[in-house]
Design a protein around this ligand. Structure first.
Ligand SMILES: *Cc1c(COP(=O)(O)O)cnc(C)c1O
Length: 450
């Protein structure tokens, strides 16, 4: 693996309490200009970021375990991405692919057709956000099948637009009083090994969902099943082995479009290009965004040619979809993922993080403080599920307090989960080992009683 040289010193360094005075000033300005509906998990205002470090307006250097929600896997100022963005911006920032097309869009489509699972013939359409990719995947599946029902799962997160709110499971904060929601969305139970009854393995969990589909919908009314191969916002839930392959096989037999929403789990995050590769699952459509373009807004739907070509000319698009600057960034970012072998790096990060967190879970339990219910994840998508000691009862207060403690020590770490009781680690894949270990120590310390 190539060693990565960083522009900024890879050192946590705090010169003020967090947030510092200049961040506090900006928070004041923001109070009278931005609605509180738009929140910030780590309210220091960034001025620079590189590798595993975010520098704020007060001169503090924090360790980044969030990557802007799984976006900056290649780093927040990856030199190859920065160069590609600057070069493209000097030529043209926009023409609209639906007006005067350009090569970058075609090259991204070719690349995604190549790296997504399956060697069947594919087509790719580009959009701006994850939610927009999901909306378009559902549009394509409905048109191609002539059916309208869509199945999503418990704990799912697919976005904040009307249809994707309907697909998303959790009410507060994503859906509460924002309805009415898009119709013909049905929710099925997920495979959640930590919370499923013993005996409910992956195949059984898939059969449980399929049985409910047969009762409530029937396959011949069902356009698509959409699932995150590892759920993101819902709690970094890794379904039991067999769940995804069983579902995908049932979809194939019944003419139902199987959509893998890899918006959070894609682009080397789990140690493969896409998380569904782990069990050899080949989706009919795959939605991508977040890690795709080194921080530039871009999303994509890649799918079987016969599905993608079912849509009439002009049926897909958008003013900014596949913006040329974002496409240049994506090509550079994907090239960096290959040349830096970030799949291998994600697996190393996973080994380090799972080992450190699992041994912390044991020693906390030995001290009679068994608050870590489960450590799970794959590659650089790792989570700690916090519970009331010795039970499976979620402890969201502890997760919140632990994230706040880590933040006060200069580590940016996010929570997630239907019950809000999960700490999730999404470090940039270009973080150094030393910095990662230091951040893990602080995350562990944050779960230990004072
Ligand atoms: C973040 C996310 C989305 C929505 O992406 P946006 O770019 O925020 O619209 C959709 N699906 C999954 C799995 C996500 O993690």
């Amino acid at each position: 693996m190539t060693t990565i040289t960083h522009r900024l010193p890879q050192k946590r360094h705090l010169v003020t309490d967090l947030p510092g005075p200049r961040s506090a000033e900006l928070t004041e300005r923001r109070r009278s200009s931005v609605p509180t509906a738009v929140g910030s998990a780590a309210p220091v205002y960034a001025v620079d970021a590189d590798g595993g470090i975010i520098v704020d307006v007060d001169g503090n250097s924090l360790i980044d375990l969030a990557s802007g929600i799984a976006v900056t896997g290649v780093g927040a100022s990856n030199p190859a991405v920065a160069e590609a963005v600057a070069t493209q911006a000097h030529h043209f920032t926009h023409t609209c692919f639906m007006v005067s097309p350009y090569e970058g869009y075609v090259a991204v489509a070719e690349k995604l057709n190549e790296i997504t699972p399956g060697d069947h013939d594919k087509r790719t359409a580009l959009f701006n956000s994850g939610a927009e990719a999901v909306e378009n995947a559902i549009k394509i599946a409905r048109l191609a099948t002539g059916r309208s029902a869509v199945v999503a799962f418990d704990h799912a997160y697919h976005g904040r637009t009307n249809l994707t709110m309907a697909l998303t499971a959790k009410s507060i904060p994503y859906k509460h009083n924002f309805g009415p929601f898009a119709p013909e969305v049905y929710r099925m139970p997920m495979s959640y090994p930590f919370r499923d009854d013993t005996g409910v393995d992956g195949v059984a969990a898939a059969e449980r969902a399929i049985g409910m589909i047969d009762k409530q919908i029937t396959a011949d009314s069902l356009a698509a099943v959409i699932v995150e191969p590892i759920q993101g916002e819902g709690g970094f839930i890794v379904p039991a082995p067999g769940f995804l392959p069983t579902l995908a096989a049932w979809c194939r037999e019944n003419g139902v479009v199987f959509i893998a929403d890899e918006v959070q789990s894609g682009f080397c995050r789990t140690g493969d290009w896409f998380a569904c590769e782990h069990e050899g699952v080949i989706p009919d459509l795959i939605t991508m965004a977040k890690g795709i373009a080194g921080g530039m807004p871009l999303s994509a739907v890649t799918g079987r040619t016969e599905l993608m070509e079912a849509v009439h000319p002009g049926g897909l698009g958008g003013t900014y979809g596949g913006n040329p600057v974002a496409c240049a960034a994506a090509l550079a970012a994907i090239e960096q993922m290959s040349s830096l072998d970030l799949n291998a790096r994600a697996r190393q990060i996973g080994e380090i993080a799972l080992a450190a967190l699992s041994s912390a879970a044991e020693s906390l339990a030995d001290q009679g403080h068994g608050v870590i219910g489960e450590v799970r994840g794959r590659g650089a998508m790792v989570a700690v599920e916090l519970v009331k000691p010795g039970t499976t009862e979620p402890d969201p207060e502890l997760a919140k307090a632990a994230a706040a403690h880590a933040f006060s020590r200069g580590v940016v770490v996010l929570t997630c989960g239907t019950y809000g009781n999960i700490l999730r680690l999404l470090p940039p894949l270009v973080i150094d080992d030393d910095l990662l270990r230091e951040a893990l120590d602080i995350v562990i310390e944050a779960q230990t009683p004072a």
